[in-house]
Design a binder for this molecule. Sequence first.
Ligand code: ZN
Length: 267
Amino acid sequence: MWPDGKRCAAAFTFDFDAESVWIADDPENAERPGVLSQGAYGARVAVPLILELLERRGLPATFFVPGIVAEHHPERVRAIVDAGHELGVHGYTHTPPSRLSAEDEEAELRRALDVLHGFADRVVGYRSPSWDFSRHTLGLLDRLGFRYSTNMMDDLRPYLHPGTGIVELPVQWILDDAAHFWFSAAEWTKPIAAPSQVDEIWRGEFEGIRRLRGCCVFTMHPQVIGRPSRLAFLEALMEHVAGHADTWVASLDAIAEHARSALAGDG
Ligand code: ZN
């Protein structure tokens, strides 16, 4: 499936939620600067540090950005695009599709596309807030011209959603930084994992996916992964993953387009 005799693909992806995830979670948070400051850290500190890290390692990445975040932090989104990274849609307000009517879901997608097209010509990927789909989502993505989705947990390799032009690039909570590191005052008893624990889990998953010739999609959030201890772990992990000559590190757009041709070739 992979180009140039590579055994697997790997992608470093970042959901740049900033304040939007807190407000979508509870609209009253819009009036709570302390809560919002957790998201502001992503825009203020973490995105620049992540861009420096990617430049140092010479790696491409994909950033999923809610439309409202791109409007509030345009300079950060411009920096992401100027550095050559891919932009993907992550809703407009970060509201999970299952909480929206079909009309509102379509309006969110169209508005998000409009905003992101102000920064990048090519915007073809969709990651829903919380990887949540409604029964309308897939049809909407197809109709609005999206090329890939990265939301489902039912495979290790890309596949084509039947009856659509949408390639799926599967994800899983195990490869999501939030599952391990996310902390909020609403879940006071949830422990914060050590980077060494996540390093062990992610290296193990990467090795397994590589053995099975799959696609390893790391999902991260600037406000979560962007702490100094975690960025140090991420840099070592990137060095490890990219250090395998048989591993293709690419944007999700590039992986999806390659998978599309490979899957067509398989008949
Ligand atoms: Zn998100």
